[in-house]
Design a protein around this ligand. Structure first.
Ligand SMILES: Cc1ncc(COP(=O)(O)O)c(C=O)c1O
Length: 484
């Protein structure tokens, strides 16, 4: 057995990289990251190139390891030269963020030290650090001190956490789920519907409340629907509003909806994954002050705080509700129990072992300060308005005035069907330039091109670059009647 142990140790020691190898590897990784960042304005923001995936697919998991240089070459070819580049200034699709550099520094430290931020006993500092991030978010949206909050992998898991708390606080069980009613609009992000399904709340009635011409929830229709449901013996239970819809960046009339929710005893959830951090701007702090009136809010630091992907957040006003759904103990956890005042992240989330994601957020906010965030968020609002006004001058039709940093536009004449085709062609022509990535959406059957200015690296020159592409394309369209 001794011989076997000696042999096993000699092989398993390879898992513990020697200092020289660590430093050499880090230098390669730093070199790779620096090269990526140095070239970020030049590499295409969108590349299809599926053939470059072959080397990755052929890279088997084998008994013996490979060289880091070999692996970095595969990553460069198959990962960092394909698809969308979410870190690039020209990324204007979906709801981006970018990934500020301290986010990577935090992740490096979190991975090397591998601290556990789930339970106070296991690492008081890590738990307090995460809770401080949550408390800061609670403060900026005006939540009381006795809230609960958690850093999740993203907005979708944060939404699931919030809606599960809503379900359990309202004692929704299999025997009464069919009697409950949930109110949202067709502009609600699909992660809400997904969360309802996972939480078995799709057995309840889900009402799509009508919207006004700006695609905001109509409080009168909400009132009307609630009255009808009550008369039918149903129980209005949950209202979901958006503070920054994905399609349009609209903010529902939060104050009015909050009053209705309070009057009816409904749980009021706000999806502020995209819009929430705009509360830091002078322009929108007033409009978003009603976030404080919700029962739960979802924010996405990997959007509005420009962190790398993998950080969402949920805030739940009623701490007891968050705990009721997520607190659990087990025999093997008995050492972790104690008379601690501090809220354990593991007690208010589905996760037990998790990434110490608070470190990337804490480090970014502490190192950079809040001021550049406020400036960047205000800049993004102004850039969307600038684009909205300039693109109309070229001749494009635009969607509603941007509330946040989304702007919709399209070529528009008298033939909607062929125009949809031309707008799709326009989108492909823009993607082909490699300078700009944008996405599209469909509103009431009409195809729209859409930008969302949300990468911290995006500045006026990037918007001007897009405007130049659009000017050239529009000229071609005006001459030939089609995008080539
Ligand atoms: C408004 C809104 N809510 C929720 C989500 C889901 O968040 P995540 O992708 O972080 O899970 C998104 C994602 O883009 C969003 O735009």
């Amino acid at each position: 057995m001794r011989k076997e142990l000696e042999y096993l140790e000699s092989v398993s020691r390879r898992l513990d990289m020697p200092a020289d190898d660590r430093i050499a590897s880090l230098q390669s990784i730093i070199g790779y990251g620096e090269e990526f960042l140095k070239e970020i304005d030049d590499i295409p923001v969108y590349q299809e190139s599926p053939e470059s995936l072959e080397t990755l697919q052929g890279c088997d998991f084998e008994d013996d390891g490979k060289s880091l240089d070999q692996l970095l070459a595969i990553l460069r070819q198959a990962v960092d030269s394909t698809g969308i580049n979410p870190a690039a200034a020209g990324h204007l699709g979906y709801v981006p963020g970018g990934g500020v550099f301290p986010s990577a520094l935090g992740d490096y430290l979190a991975a090397v030290t591998n601290r556990y931020a789930g339970i106070y006993y296991a690492n008081p500092g890590a738990v307090i650090l995460e809770n401080l991030c949550v408390q800061w978010m609670a403060k900026i949206i005006g939540y009381p001190e006795q809230h609960a909050g958690n850093l999740s992998s993203g907005g979708s898991i944060a939404t699931l956490t919030a809606l599960t708390a809503a379900r359990d606080w309202h004692e929704i069980k299999p025997e009464n789920v069919r009697n409950q009613v949930i109110y949202l609009t067709t502009q609600t992000h699909h992660c809400v519907l997904k969360a309802l399904r996972i939480a078995a709340l799709d057995y309840s009635h889900v009402r799509m409340v009508e919207m006004n011409t700006a695609y905001q929830m109509d409080p009168e229709d909400l009132n009307r629907k609630i009255e009808i449901d009550k008369r039918a013996g149903l129980n209005p239970f949950l209202i979901v509003a958006s503070a920054g819809s994905t399609d349009l960046g609209i903010i529902d009339p939060l104050d009015e909806i909050a009053s209705i929710a309070k009057r009816e005893g409904c749980w009021f959830h706000i999806d502020a994954a995209y819009g929430g951090f705009f509360v830091l701007t002078d322009e929108l702090s007033g409009l978003l002050s009603a976030l404080a009136k919700s029962d739960s809010v979802v924010l996405d630091p990997h959007k509005g705080l420009f962190l790398s992907y993998g950080t969402g957040a949920v805030l739940i006003k009623n701490r007891a509700a968050a705990i009721k759904s997520h607190y659990y103990r087990a025999n093997y956890m008995q050492d972790a129990e104690g008379d601690f005042e501090v809220l354990n992240p593991a007690d208010i989330s589905p996760e037990l072992t998790k990434h110490f994601r608070g470190l990337r957020m804490w480090l970014s906010l502490q190192l950079l300060g809040i001021k550049p965030y406020k400036a960047a968020l205000t800049e993004k609002l102004l850039l969307a308005r600038y684009f909205h006004s300039e693109v109309q001058k070229i001749g494009f039709k635009v969607g509603p005035d941007p509330t946040l940093s989304v702007c919709l536009f399209r070529i528009s004449g008298n033939n909607p069907e062929s125009e949809n085709q031309q707008n799709r062609a326009l989108m492909n022509a823009i993607l082909k330039t490699g300078k700009i990535f944008l996405s599209s959406t469909t509103l009431d059957g009409t195809f729209w091109l859409r930008i969302c200015v949300m990468v911290f690296r995006t500045h006026k020159r990037n918007i001007d670059e897009l405007l130049k592409i659009l000017r050239d394309q529009y000229e071609t369209y005006a001459k030939s009647g089609k995008i080539i």
